[in-house]
Ligand binder design. Sequence first.
Ligand SMILES: Nc1ncnc2c1ncn2[C@@H]1O[C@H](COP(=O)(O)OP(=O)(O)O)[C@@H](O)[C@H]1O
Ligand SMILES: [Mg+2]
Length: 219
Amino acid sequence: MKTLAVLSRKGGTGKTTVSLHLAMAAWLSGKGVLLADCDRQGSAQEWRRERSIGGPVVFSTKTAALFATQQAGQRAGRDLMVIDTSPSASEDLAEAVRCADFCLIILRPSFLDVRAVRETAELVGRFGKPGAFVINQAPPRRNGREMACVGDTVAQLAAMSRPIMPIGLRARIAYQSAVAEGRSVQETAPQSAAALEIAGLWREVEAALWPVAVPAAAG
Ligand SMILES: Nc1ncnc2c1ncn2[C@@H]1O[C@H](COP(=O)(O)OP(=O)(O)O)[C@@H](O)[C@H]1O
Ligand SMILES: [Mg+2]
């Protein structure tokens, strides 16, 4: 079983939205998925309660119990555990990072969000874990051009020597409506730009979690 930690010290950046959409993308592709909800607010649990049909198992857990949750997921034969973290103290985040095979650091394209991710990126680095930034809630392009806040964010993140996921998520009502119905945008609006973003982000994450071995050159 692989483990994906979805992190950021700030509230409202989109950890839960990204966590449940990636958990769903994996589940829709046939994987057994456990979504570990570490936030006492239980937003992922709320989403799952709205969902009257099959889907990822959502398990509410304290960060201190994450390792045990991971072991249980492994014993149950799950393929993937996604950890939806809370905007919590660094000791809590450290436990999520410790359990992770790959970390996503979520931020909005804003000055304060960029400032807030530095510490999280350092924490991931301290554990020697691979990971990448995901820019969420990016404003739509205007006249085909990115707004300055997106370019500024990319430039500042570039100095933190950690990759930025090539697929970010735009601010779209589709995400909010899907979550309110206990669904993913891939179910509510399969042909939409939102669904394509999630499919693209999942492809990147899947490749990071299950890298394809390159056969050694013969001779
Ligand atoms: N890409 C997006 N487009 C539109 N709304 C979003 C997007 N990502 C998150 N939101 C909204 O922003 C708010 C915070 O998102 P949430 O996923 O709960 O963040 P966190 O878990 O980091 O606190 C929610 O109301 C959510 O619906
Ligand atoms: Mg949340």
